[in-house]
Design a protein. Sequence first.
Length: 253
Amino acid sequence: MGRRIVTTGRGGTGKTTFTALAAKYLERPILLIDIDPDQSLADMLGVDLEKEGVRTVLDILYDIQKQEGYENLSDMPLPEKIQYLFNTECIYESEEFDLISLGVKWTEGCYCAPNNLIRAIIPKLARNYANTLIDAPAGLEHLNRNVTSEVDDMFIVLDPSMKSLKNIERIQLLAKEVGISYQNFYMVANYRFNDDLEKRIPSRNGAYLGRVDLDTAVEKFNLDGKSLLELPDDSPAAMSVKQILEKAGYQTR
């Protein structure tokens, strides 16, 4: 079974950028799962899911709950219907990676049964990949409820603020409370850290692996709708993420 990797952190720290750049160097085949409500991972990879005709998981669950569309599947049992729609409508496939976006819940009501089915489907799918990389919000409830409770490596991306540093322990406590287990807990600083600020990162909470270097090309690529996978190998951000992965024990491409 491949490795399951989670990237998390407060909004705006650059965790989605780290996720996309990690995907540049991780062993193939790779599955990317975006469970952050901001849904920006596809943008970082230069993918327009709507244009590609790929739906979010919660979009299909919403339609099933409201009994809208899919009349041709009306006789299909719910588990089979969700499995079929998940496989045919929710997976973006490319030569470099496959991508799933959880999406945003637009309606009130309980998705408990469908969520449990999705939570069973994704780990089975992940077995087909060398690496499954999950872009998660700081609130890990979504991770446990919708995707998985077992993680190999957890990367938390930090900015130089007290809120971010306090968030380290909060994430560890929250993981324990919601029943998420992980083998390794890694801390990564974003480009706003300098050498002095790096010393404030508490070593007792996990392994600090380094910082992602400032790279103006990252912002330009994003504004131009270009995939961060296309950044040259001499990109400061790309090189620093590659080094961080190698410190974590990954063999990079």
